[in-house]
Unconditional design. Structure first.
Length: 165
């Protein structure tokens, strides 16, 4: 796990992987009698991701099968980023099979993300994550998931890379 200090080397980071629910969203699911129909995404996050996409690759993961079509609409169609359906218990292996862990910045909010946050080069949590998860990350945003947490993370990443946004 990287230390929040001068040891952060921007060139080592190649990919920013974000969990969707609880990070891009407030974590809530809105149901009708027909099932899961809505997720709330924050307004600032997409714009901030657009500011850093030239300095680091961006990819999203979700374990939410029932709400995947909703996430895909926002993440892939509206924003243009890759989104993969990966169960929480297989996620670390999925990341390890594709990337050097030291090159990964990962943002997650769940106790199921702890293993990943500890293993990657830089772990980030939204302010709304539980304390047990926050202590395993290198950086916690001031704002909550779905309320600008991703924007805060983007500003932090830009700072690490020495990019003024």
């Amino acid at each position: 796990m990287a230390e929040e200090s001068d040891e952060l080397v921007p060139k080592q980071y190649k990919i920013f992987i974000l969990d969707v629910d609880g990070v891009m969203t407030d974590g809530g699911f809105y149901y009708s009698s027909k099932g899961k129909v809505l997720k709330r995404f924050g307004p600032d996050d997409a714009d901030a991701l657009g500011l850093i996409h030239k300095i680091i690759d961006i990819r999203f993961v979700s374990a939410d099968k029932k709400g995947f079509a909703i996430s895909k609409r926002r993440i892939s169609k509206d924003m243009g980023y890759a989104l993969d359906l990966v169960s929480a218990n297989q996620r670390l292996g999925w990341i390890t099979n594709q990337y050097e862990l030291s090159e990964v910045i990962y943002m997650g909010d769940s106790f199921r993300d702890i293993e990943i946050l500890k293993a990657v080069g830089l772990g980030i949590t939204p302010g709304s994550a539980s304390q047990k998860v926050k202590v395993q990350s290198d950086y916690t945003t001031d704002r909550d998931g779905g309320h600008g947490a991703v924007a805060d993370a983007c500003f932090y990443i830009a700072e690490i890379f020495g990019v003024n946004i």
